[in-house]
Design a protein around this ligand. Structure first.
Ligand code: FES
Ligand SMILES: [Fe+2]
Length: 331
């Protein structure tokens, strides 16, 4: 995938489940196609877009939005294109400031996040965070409560209060629902990003929707009207590589420079990356017997069960039919 802002009138390259894709803007919107020209397998993403067609940089063959080659300049009649001259074209769409592509028929719609389409909310994007691990490891880390005081002391957790608050996970189709309430970490001087008031013991309610396989909607509330939403999607670049895209919405601090939130996320994701990339195997073991789960790991347990039940666990053939909407394609 890509952030919409990074896809201008130039095509860009993205890898999705090991498939090289080119993303580009055609007349009717964003397009995703194989990034291998059918002639000599050159990257179409090195080419350019003209008149709603993408032009290969090597010999100038032109392709339409459906992946069919429409002109071969070396021919006396460039339009006498053989039927085999085409590349696979995939579904693509743009929403929440991101470009999404699917290699197969989408199994589920994108999550609904009205806050990100509401003008009263400001959005900040962060990432992509490219890690050498399976997208499922990155998703599990995002939802792991036990590590906050250890990996993010002073930012997301307090080492003196390591107990994970009670929470229960409800699974509804491909979506896991759960919430926790915990004492808010203080706003740090470096990153005053949260909305807790200074008076009274601040509490934060975090309400999660984890859309299997790799997308999370997290809503934060402090008991008042101020709200924050984290939209997170991990792009499965390849078996052991992923890229995490973050879009944050909030209805307060509207004038705070995006840089503050972005640097906060860069810090958090940097702290996480070190520990997650050390995990072996690089892919989440979906057999529950393979790692030790305690009660406070309820989300990971539900995630692994759900992924298996839906045929999305690593190794499942179904993984290659990517729910479009659930995968992003990024550069
Ligand atoms: S390799 Fe693309 S036109 Fe020849
Ligand atoms: Fe973390």
């Amino acid at each position: 995938m890509a952030f919409s802002a990074d896809l201008s009138d130039r095509p860009i390259h993205a890898d999705l489940l090991g498939e090289p894709l080119v993303l580009w803007r055609g007349n009717g919107g964003v397009r995703a196609m194989s990034d291998l020209c059918v002639h000599r397998s050159t990257a179409l993403s090195l080419g350019w877009v003209r008149d709603g067609e993408i032009v290969c940089p090597y010999h100038g063959w032109r392709y339409g939005a459906d992946g069919r080659c429409v002109a071969i300049p070396q021919l006396a009649d460039p339009t006498r294109v053989p039927a085999k001259a085409r590349v696979p074209a995939y579904r693509a769409l743009e929403r929440y400031g991101m470009v999404w592509a699917a290699l197969g028929e989408p199994r589920w719609p994108l999550p609904e996040v009205p806050e990100l389409e509401d003008n009263a909310w400001a959005t900040v994007r962060a990432g992509p965070y490219r890690w050498d691990c399976d997208a499922a490891r990155q998703v599990e880390n995002f939802t792991d409560f036990g590590h906050f005081p250890w990996v993010h002391p002073g930012l997301l957790g307090d080492p003196d209060r390591p107990v994970v608050p009670r929470h229960e996970v409800r699974t509804d189709g491909n979506v896991l629902h759960y919430a926790i309430v915990r004492p808010e970490a203080p706003n740090s001087d470096d990153f005053p990003v949260f909305a807790n008031e200074q008076s009274g013991p601040p509490e934060r309610r975090s309400t999660y929707e984890l859309h299997l396989p790799y997308t999370i909607v997290l809503r934060l509330g402090w008991g008042g009207t101020r709200g924050m939403v984290y939209f997170f999607a991990s792009q499965p670049v390849g078996v052991d590589r992923c890229a995490g895209y973050v879009v944050i919405g909030r209805n307060y601090n509207l004038d705070q420079p995006s840089r503050v939130l972005r640097e906060f996320e860069d810090t958090i994701f940097g702290q996480d990356q070190v520990v997650v990339e050390s995990q072996r195997p690089e892919r989440v073991p979906f057999d529950l017997a393979d790692e030790l789960h305690l009660k406070f790991d309820a989300v990971a347990v539900a995630y692994r069960k759900g992924m298996r039940a839906l045929g999305l666990a690593a190794g499942d053939r179904a993984l290659s039919l990517l729910p479009a909407t659930t995968r992003l394609v990024m550069r």
